[in-house]
Design a protein around this ligand. Sequence first.
Ligand SMILES: NC(=O)c1ccc[n+]([C@@H]2O[C@H](COP(=O)([O-])OP(=O)(O)OC[C@H]3O[C@@H](n4cnc5c(N)ncnc54)[C@H](O)[C@@H]3O)[C@@H](O)[C@H]2O)c1
Length: 406
Amino acid sequence: MQSRPLRLGLIGCGYWGPNLARTFLEMPEVSLELIADRDPDRLDRIRSRAPLVGVLTTDHRRAFESDLDAVVISTPPETHFEIAREALLEGLDVFVEKPLATRSDEALELTEMADDLGRVLMVGHIGAYNPAVQALRTTIRAGELGQIRYIDAIRVGLGLFHPRLNVIWDLAPHDISILLYLLDEAPTTVSAHGIACIEESVEDLAYLTMRFASGILAHVRLSWLDPSKTRRVTVVGSRRMAIYDDLEPHEKIKIYDKRVSSIRPSETYADFQFAYHYGSVVSPYVELEEPLRSECSHFVECVLERTRPITDGRNGVRVVQTIEAAQRSLRKAGVEVPVADEESSFRDLPDPASSRRLAHLPSLVPLSVASEGEGASVLELPTDVPTRTVARGASSELAGRGPEAG
Ligand SMILES: NC(=O)c1ccc[n+]([C@@H]2O[C@H](COP(=O)([O-])OP(=O)(O)OC[C@H]3O[C@@H](n4cnc5c(N)ncnc54)[C@H](O)[C@@H]3O)[C@@H](O)[C@H]2O)c1
């Protein structure tokens, strides 16, 4: 009995989509069958890099007629809800780039829909798939830093300016999702300040301050207008401190054995020094794997094993809720705004480290499919994926055709 590779479609092939296409094309267990982008020039550009993709189309709905198992959506955030909704209703498993949607009610609707339909819904919060961030989480959970006091994150550089969505929508999903992942806790309040320097009313600099029920304070600095690219997270605990610097080629994490005990009033220098502890700086070895590769592998694994992704719809909702609160704060000159649904803490959600099997997702049954050619992995796909209307031959009929006009 031979099973077939996972049949995948990619919708949106602008700046980020080609990276997803490249990654999935390198995975033997995946067959990238279709790329849709409504801009024919984008399709022309990807054609030479992905000559084996059978369907290149300007109409994303072709993804619903091509007998696919799953789609990856890498279109602008404002379009995520509609496209993901259509895909879920068509019975596909869905990977949506960050943010899941631009409204939390829409993000919630997608999440509930995926649950009801028994589909995998994953959000591209890539930080959770970065081995260095995973190592930092392990360090925190092992108590090596002691009680976490605060986290400071910086994500700045001369960025790609977006015409409509501000720097918070663009960059904060990364840092908020990293905070959720590191702390297993969502912020309860946010205050945000920002200014629009280049495009009117589109903030290109923002400072977010978040409070957590556990007492942790987090600050995130985001900018598309900074001379020096920086991607750094500082975690300060009661015992030790850590810095994660994503731009470091090797030693991405450094743990500083530094702390300060409560300083008593003293007249001597020795007493003063006693309050400060200076120990070694250690950089734990982290086996480097491309985060995008492990993110894409995780999606494929969840589809095949019918398990809930680490960055599932609920995780996506938490991030969008936090951004919405930040936007409200921004419009109110930085006033502290509660994050919606604060009472349902992240701790209520399944622990990513524990079993993520979704009982209601279709169980795996070996699927017998005609040979897909040499090199195709033997995989088992669920059989009860709702059937779509177009026969399997549809994609090969289109192989080699140019981009379609609509
Ligand atoms: N994980 C990361 O590090 C990372 C980095 C950059 C962008 N992103 C995310 O990737 C997504 C895409 O961002 P981008 O920078 O590539 O944007 P982009 O504007 O460069 O590309 C989006 C593409 O989608 C196409 N498109 C729009 N509507 C479409 C539709 N209905 N059907 C088919 N194609 C459609 C556009 O023509 C465009 O080519 C966003 O959600 C963004 O947040 C993630």
